[in-house]
Design a protein around this ligand. Sequence first.
Ligand code: FES
Length: 111
Amino acid sequence: MGALIPLIPLAAIPNCGGRRVLKNGLDLAVFRVDNAVYAIQDSCPHKGASLSNGVVQGKTVACRAHGLRFNLDCDQQGGPPTLPIQRFAVQVVDGIVMLECDTDTGCSTTE
Ligand code: FES
């Protein structure tokens, strides 16, 4: 495992909600759903609206601009086939959401 970069305290994210985090040149939407955390690109691939203030329902987030839905769960397709989203691996360490970064490839994405 590579480096872990602190993003945001878990307590700062409402349950079933998200927060925008700018870190290391990345614009991330970080979500908390019960005991799980997810990070995706904040910019909606449709027309660029922020996804961090989208409507979270289960493990999906709906963009407030035009309603497209994207899965937050890394085991599923991340959106309409023509509008994929980029996901980032995160974990919680001592109450802080941490971004997983690989020293060779940079911050890792999940498929
Ligand atoms: S900008 Fe997100 S659905 Fe259009």
